[in-house]
Write a protein that binds this ligand. Structure first.
Ligand code: NDP
Length: 286
C-alpha cells in the first residue's frame, strides 16, 4: 500500500486559522496588533516573492505588515542602523531580514544585530542556543513546522530513530534538536556521511534537507517510515521536486510529505506563530 500523503497545505491552513483567531483575541484584549517588519535588500525575484507572501499572510491573520525595501547598494552599516531602529520601535514585534543578503554584507552580523526578543526567524545565536539547552525562545520556522506536521500526524517520536539528512543552521541542526527534545534517537547526516543509504534505511522518521533533487531514493527508505521532504528544487523543465524521489519513496514509506504542498506551507504558518508569540511576550513583559 503506498504511503499516505501528509497534507502540509491543509495543516498550514489550520494553523493559520487558529493564529488568526488568537491574534483577534490578543488585539481585542490589549489593543495591540502584532507587527512583522520584513526587510528586503536587493532585487532577487525569489526573495521578493517570499517577502510579499509573508506580508500577505500577516495581513490575512489580522497582523500588521511593514516591508522595508532597500537597494542592492545598501551598506552593511545602513542595514545595521535600520535593524537598530526596528529593535527600538515598540510598534514592531517581529523583525525578519530576508536572506540571502548581497555579498558585501555580513549576514551573521545582521542576524546578531536583531533583538533576540524580535527574532521571529529564530536565527539569532541566543535563540539557537536556547533551543539547544531547552529554554524557551524562538525556533526557526521550517523546523518548527516540521515538528507541527509530525505532531499533527501523531507520529511517535519517543524512542524512534530519526535520521536528518542535512546539517544547516536553518533546517538540519534545529530540526535534529527538536526531535531530540521529543526523545527521538537522532542521527544527523551530511555530505561526508559514509554509507548514507544504509543510515537512512535505519530511520523510522527521515527528514531530508539537502537541496539535491530526488537524492534520497525509495530503496533507502525503511518500509513504513515517515518521510519529511524539506527540499525545494526546480528541474530544468520547470517542475518543482523535493530531495526525495517521491514516487519511489511513496511506494515504501508509511507517510510522506509531497513537494510542493508539504513542508513549504508550514514555514509561513510558523512565522505567524512566532510573530504572535513575540507580541504576546513583549506585551506581558512591559
Ligand atoms: P544547505 O545547502 O544550507 O544545507 C544542505 C545540507 O545538505 C548540508 O548540511 C550538506 O552537507 C548536506 N548535503 C549536501 N549534499 C549532500 C550529499 N550528497 N549527501 C548528504 N548530505 C548532503 O541547505 P538548507 O538546509 O538551507 O536547505 C535544504 C533544502 O531545503 C533546500 O532544497 C532548500 O531549498 C529547502 N528549504 C525549504 C524550506 C521550506 O520552507 N520548505 C525552507 C528552507 C530550506 P555539508 O554540511 O557537509 O555541506
Amino acid at each position: 500500500m503506498p504511503a499516505s500523503l501528509i497534507d502540509g497545505k491543509a495543516i498550514g491552513a489550520a494553523v493559520r486559522a487558529e493564529i488568526k483567531e488568537r491574534t483577534g483575541e490578543f488585539t481585542a484584549r490589549t489593543g495591540v496588533r502584532p507587527c512583522l517588519a520584513a526587510v528586503l535588500v536587493g532585487e532577487d525575484p525569489a526573495s521578493r516573492v517570499y517577502v510579499r507572501n509573508k506580508g500577505k499572510a500577516c495581513v490575512e491573520a489580522g497582523m500588521l505588515s511593514r516591508q522595508v525595501d532597500l537597494p542592492p547598494s545598501t551598506s552593511e552599516k545602513e542595514l545595521l542602523d535600520l535593524v537598530a531602529r526596528l529593535n527600538a520601535d515598540a510598534s514592531v514585534h517581529g523583525i525578519l531580514v530576508q536572506l540571502p543578503l548581497p555579498k558585501h554584507i555580513d549576514e551573521s552580523k545582521v542576524i546578531e544585530a536583531i533583538a533576540p526578543s524580535k527574532d521571529v526567524d529564530g536565527f539569532h545565536p541566543v535563540n539557537a542556543g536556547r533551543l539547544l539547552i531547552g529554554q524557551p525562545g524562538f525556533v526557526a520556522c521550517t523546523p518548527l513546522g516540521i515538528l507541527k506536521i509530525l505532531d499533527h500526524e501523531k507520529v511517535v517520536l519517543k524512542g524512534a530513530h530519526a535520521v536528518v539528512v542535512g546539517r544547516s543552521n536553518i533546517v538540519g541542526k534545529p530540526v535534529a534538536i527538536l526531535l531530540l527534545s521529543r526523545h527521538a534517537t537522532v542521527t544527523i547526516c551530511h555530505s561526508r556521511t559514509r554509507d548514507l543509504p544504509d543510515v537512512v534505511r535505519s530511520g523510522d522518521v527521515v527528514v531530508a534537507a539537502v537541496g539535491k533533487a530526488e537524492m534520497v531514493r525509495g530503496s533507502w527508505i525503511k518500509p513504513g517510515a515517515v518521510v519529511v521532504d524539506v527540499g525545494i528544487n526546480r528541474l530544468p523543465d520547470g517542475k518543482l521536486v523535493g530531495d526525495v524521489a517521491f514516487d519511489e519513496a511513496r511506494a515504501v514509506a508509511g507517510k510522506i510529505t509531497p513537494v510542493p504542498g508539504g513542508v513549504g506551507p508550514m514555514t509561513i504558518a510558523m512565522l505567524l506563530h512566532n510573530t504572535l508569540e513575540a507580541a504576546i511576550r513583549i506585551a506581558s513583559a512591559g
